[in-house]
Write a protein that binds this ligand. Structure first.
Ligand code: AMP
Ligand code: ZN
Ligand code: FE
Ligand code: FE
Length: 286
């Protein structure tokens, strides 16, 4: 039985492990297959490959910031995992860059709002220390360093919350276009944690079904720490109805999140289906 974890982050986005540390920690966690899926960037791919220990396989991927149709009909933020796409596909590469720029602008504006309120955040330092894809967890760590809050999760309760006074929305990629672009780049689009209700409002199930019925969406992340048993059951039934791939993953962020590598895993035959559907880059086995 291969141990397969298909959703992890590095210092290229908002994880705290460098790409090399991530693959070492994955080996220590006895994973056989690891996907590196930073938000909106492929910047960790080469360093993860270079450090990949023998006996391990690396799936190159990302987690794209998208906007879908919420249950209430209004736009809602959703994450799309993309595996094995060609990083040089122009439309997708341009969109990744646009998203990273939007991330920086958004963090800068949130920090300005905090400073106006007397919360001391130095964005020059934040950007200097962060990788190419900055996010709210970087602001969270800056708030911890400044002694404003005691922990990263605490920062999300108020300072970084969508219901808080400093929150700025990001201009994310339309979910339908993102799924199409990932396919055009030879990639495999899998909806990440679609029922993670703690993050706020949820994606309309009808929107998932439309994407599945059109054949564009390849899979659903089912086993995830933010999904209840009922949520998993619902997602499994959708997957069954539309013959979608199902995955399970940790969504590891190092010290930024309390999940362990391999805390949730993907079944072998589901992983094989992802490999069979991907044509952009191959899985690298050491
Ligand atoms: P952003 O991409 O800038 O909107 O930030 C979202 C990131 O923050 C995701 O990677 C989440 O894992 C992380 N996040 C969201 N809510 C929390 C929370 N309550 N505690 C810790 N991390 C969180
Ligand atoms: Zn993240
Ligand atoms: Fe996510
Ligand atoms: Fe993630």
């Amino acid at each position: 039985m291969r141990r397969i974890d298909l959703h992890t982050h590095t210092t290229a986005s908002d994880g705290t492990d460098t790409p090399a540390a991530l693959v070492r920690n994955a080996a220590a966690a006895e994973l056989d297959v690891l996907a590196v899926t930073d938000h909106d960037t492929t910047a960790a791919w080469d360093a993860a490959l270079a450090a990949l220990p023998s006996g391990m396989a690396l799936v190159r991927g990302m987690e794209m910031s998208c906007v879908g149709r919420g249950e209430d009909g209004y736009p809602v933020s959703v994450h799309l995992l993309a595996y094995l796409f060609n990083p040089d596909h122009p439309a997708l590469a341009n969109e990744r860059k646009r998203l990273r720029d939007a991330r920086r602008t958004r963090i800068r504006v949130m920090a300005e709002r905090m400073r106006a309120d007397g919360v001391p955040i130095d964005t020059d330092q934040l950007f200097a220390e962060a990788g190419p894809a900055v996010g709210r967890p970087h602001l969270a760590r800056a708030l911890v360093s400044a002694g404003v809050v005691n922990s990263v999760p605490e920062a999300f309760n108020y300072h970084l919350s969508p219901r808080g006074p400093y929150y700025v929305r990001m201009d994310d990629t339309d979910l339908d276009s993102a799924v199409r672009m990932v396919r055009e780049a030879g990639g495999v689009p899998v909806l990440a944690h679609a029922r993670a209700r703690a993050r706020g409002r949820l994606l309309d199930v009808a929107h998932i079904e439309e994407l599945a019925a059109s054949g564009a969406l390849a899979g659903l992340e089912v086993s995830h720490t933010d999904h209840s048993a009922a949520d998993r059951k619902l997602l499994l039934s959708i997957a069954e109805q539309y013959a979608l791939i199902t995955t399970g993953s940790s969504d590891y962020h190092g010290a930024n999140k309390h999940v362990r590598l391999g805390e949730h895993t993907t079944q072998s035959e589901q992983f094989d289906a992802i490999v069979a559907a991907g044509t952009g880059v191959g899985v690298v086995q050491r």
